[in-house]
Design a protein around this ligand. Sequence first.
Ligand code: F3S
Length: 401
Amino acid sequence: MHLTRDEERVLAGEYGEAMAEALTVIVRVGEALGAERLISIKHAHISGVSYDNIGEPGRRFIERLYVAGAKFSVPTTFNPVSYDLEEPSSIPSLKLDPNYVRAQESIVRALAAMGAELELTCTPYYAGVTVKHGLSKGDSIAWGESSAVAYANSVLGLKTNREGGPLALMAAIAGRTYYYGMHIDGERKPRIAYYVESPNPLDEAEAGVLGEIIASMHSDERPPMVKAKFSGDPSIREFLAAVGTASDIPMVHIEGVTPEDPGTGVREVVKITYEEVRGKLESMAPEGPVDIIYIGCPHASLEELEHLAKTLEKLGKPRTPIIVSTSRSVYTKLLAAGLAPKLKNLGVTIARDTCLIVSPYTKHNKNVKIATNSYKAYHYLKRKGAKAYLTKIHEHLQTNP
Ligand code: F3S
């Protein structure tokens, strides 16, 4: 791999041991992949920071870097953790023992001391990081959360591979990543297109199912292209999160959404029928009433919560309690708009910094029936042994006044 003089100095330890270690890891992975050089990044987003997911080995790894004096060289954010740091009991029946809390706190403290911003969200793009750090189309970043990676490449036109949590952390310290995959313009051009014609724009649940179908069909190394009608940004987010859940695809070129030229290399078109989407969704839906409705995987946007408040004002307080996960940034805006207390009065629990999947919620609530509009939440909740169902939430609210 070609390295600049400055990169060689970093490797020689002139900028400290931690920086040398981080760049060594990036160079080794890059060489294994055949990358010819490194590239500077403008932002990093680290996944795998919930104590529930990474346990003691992960905590010790992060703590060791902090003790070694590691500092992030670029603006860095990280994913949700295992409970709401501001209000630990915001998710009902979440059981946290003091040792567990101390361990999670030490992870957050170490990341903050290395320079991370405390957004604690999987949707850093709703927390304003693009504006705050001047990120624009074509910029290279290193993000680790699969749903955020897909959104960054496909909707924002940013360039990132799907980094593992530790690699995004190393890239944040080194300020660089390997020039490979999604950082190379030619590698982003689709060769296979998937067309779906639906009677109405696909809502979040349908979009998630479509994401799973495309992920299971697509085996080309280049990103797929998709032509479909989505009902809005939350549907596109759920579609991309589902693709990221069901495959390791880092980008989907969505016609009319992705802000870059797909080129002229599409050589195969695959048609997917709406009936296929509807049939799969029906097989994942609940048959009777559920105990909880869960929204906000990936973390909900302000517009989505404003829409939810309007819907519930019209329909009245639902019989089924609703849990929403979002970022602290969006929650602050909800408070400023007077909507947080309104949603609470309408039976909505809002959890910041966390979600039902990366918290220990399912450990103590295996028999709770959870309906969600998120394919990703459905997939992981089921994998954790919960009774989860994928459904059209707004229809569900109407049938459960
Ligand atoms: Fe985010 Fe948790 Fe879903 S981290 S993407 S809300 S699994």
